[in-house]
Design a protein around this ligand. Structure first.
Ligand code: PLP
Length: 400
């Protein structure tokens, strides 16, 4: 019989994939399921990026590249960090991997020893805790209240730090909450970190380009340069340029950490795809107008979805500053009874009810470590969002 290694035995298939599986099964039965679960832009990769990849293939850029990124791409990333973020990295302080996910994986594999703790504010992108566990560390989950904008407070951070704390992971704008940290929100957290010199900070800026209104994106390494020698600033092209399938993510950080991450990469993927690196180079150095255009589209959808959800009795939704998710409370639906007689006891029940009764797939907040909430990804057309919100309203109205 097959026995998985202990390092993965506690890690199940993610709830998101389970819901997607159920939704796809219903679709195969011919049902008109609206899936609001996807964590990727519905837009296509811009043409000039595709053309650059095709040209790279024709030019023979089809071999292994330098271990953690081609010099050209690293230079483009260096320029990006300088121009967008005011961060100055040398080329050997930059790493490129197969998605931001591999950046995180490399960082945790390269730094965690058994018993090392990683502080993760919830709700959080589920991969954080799973990656920490695979790497042998211990995730320390800190609930962040909606009243605090789903943001970690300095008091909660301070209370969570122990001598074993190795990292704090922050993600702004956040998947799943859409909440983002302003300079003023970051300041008290950075002050805590200044006092605890053994704690490193991993910031996940994946959704940097998707922020709304007058929200000003900032990143901690720029806000507090004295922390620079223990901050890993993670970013990527997946969300900004609709390039999820190309699998390119990158980070800037202290040289010794970047070198240790390269050791992990050298024995897992050897290098990111050569063709994808050429595409990412075009994304970072090419015209940027499309990024803002798409962001404006997302903002229209955000405004619609938040308004529609807040108009439904029993639901309430905070206005997110960024990303393409809403994280609405379904507290008002908990304890109610569905038309089939089943009781909605948890947010997972609520998500299951929306899917089975009204063919709308959302992800329960408990999948991200905070209940009772549900996440909607509005990276889908306005028409689909309108149909979905109408169905959610009908489903809620049918609860007794
Ligand atoms: N970080 C966050 C917060 C994400 O939501 C995702 C993807 O869903 C990633 C990182 C991973 O991105 P990539 O496609 O670069 O691996």
């Amino acid at each position: 019989p097959f026995h998985p290694a202990t390092r993965i035995s506690s890690i199940g298939v993610s709830t998101i994939l389970q819901i997607t599986g159920m939704a796809n099964a219903l679709k195969r039965q011919g049902r008109d399921v609206i899936v609001l679960g996807a964590g990727e832009p519905d837009f296509d990769t811009p043409d000039h990026i595709k053309e650059a990849a095709i040209a790279a293939i024709r030019a023979g850029e089809t071999k292994y590249t330098a271990l953690d990124g081609t010099p050209q791409l690293k230079q483009a990333i260096r320029d990006k960090f300088r121009t967008d973020n005011g961060l100055d990295f040398a080329l050997d302080e930059i790493t490129v991997s197969t998605g931001a996910k591999q950046v995180l994986y490399n960082a945790m594999m390269a730094t965690l020893n058994p018993g090392d703790e990683v502080i993760i504010p919830t709700p959080y992108w589920v991969s954080y805790s799973d990656i920490v566990e695979i790497a042998g560390g211990t995730p320390v989950l800190i609930p962040c209240a909606e009243a605090d904008g789903f943001r970690l407070t300095a008091a909660a951070l301070e209370a969570a730090i122990t001598p074993k704390t190795r990292w704090v992971m922050l993600n702004s704008p956040s998947n799943p909450s859409g909440a983002a940290y302003s300079a003023a929100d970051y300041r008290p957290l950075l002050d805590v970190l200044l006092r605890h010199r053994h704690v490193w900070l991993m910031v996940d800026d994946m959704y940097e380009k998707i922020v709304y209104g007058d929200f000003a994106f900032v990143t901690p390494a720029a806000l507090e340069p004295t922390l620079r020698d223990r901050v890993l600033t993670v970013n990527g092209v997946s969300k900004a340029y609709a390039m999820t399938g190309w699998r390119i993510g990158y980070a800037g950080g202290p040289r010794a950490l970047i070198q240790a991450m390269a050791v992990v990469q050298s024995q897992s993927t050897s290098c990111p795809s050569s063709v994808s690196q050429a595409a990412a180079l075009a994304a970072l150095t090419g015209p940027q107008g499309i990024v803002a255009e798409r962001c404006a589209d997302f903002q229209t959808r955000r405004d619609y979805v938040v308004g529609a959800l807040n108009a439904i009795p029993g639901l309430s939704c905070r206005m997110p500053e960024g990303a393409f998710y809403t994280f609405a409370s379904c507290a008002g639906a908990i304890g109610k009874t569905a038309p089939d007689g089943s009781v909605i006891a948890t947010d997972a029940d609520f998500a299951r009810y929306l899917l089975t009764a009204r063919d709308v797939a959302v992800v329960p907040g408990s999948a991200f470590g905070l209940a009772p909430y549900f996440r909607i990804s509005y990276a889908t057309s306005m028409a689909e969002l309108q149909r979905a919100c109408t169905r959610i309203a009908e489903a809620c109205a049918a609860l007794r």
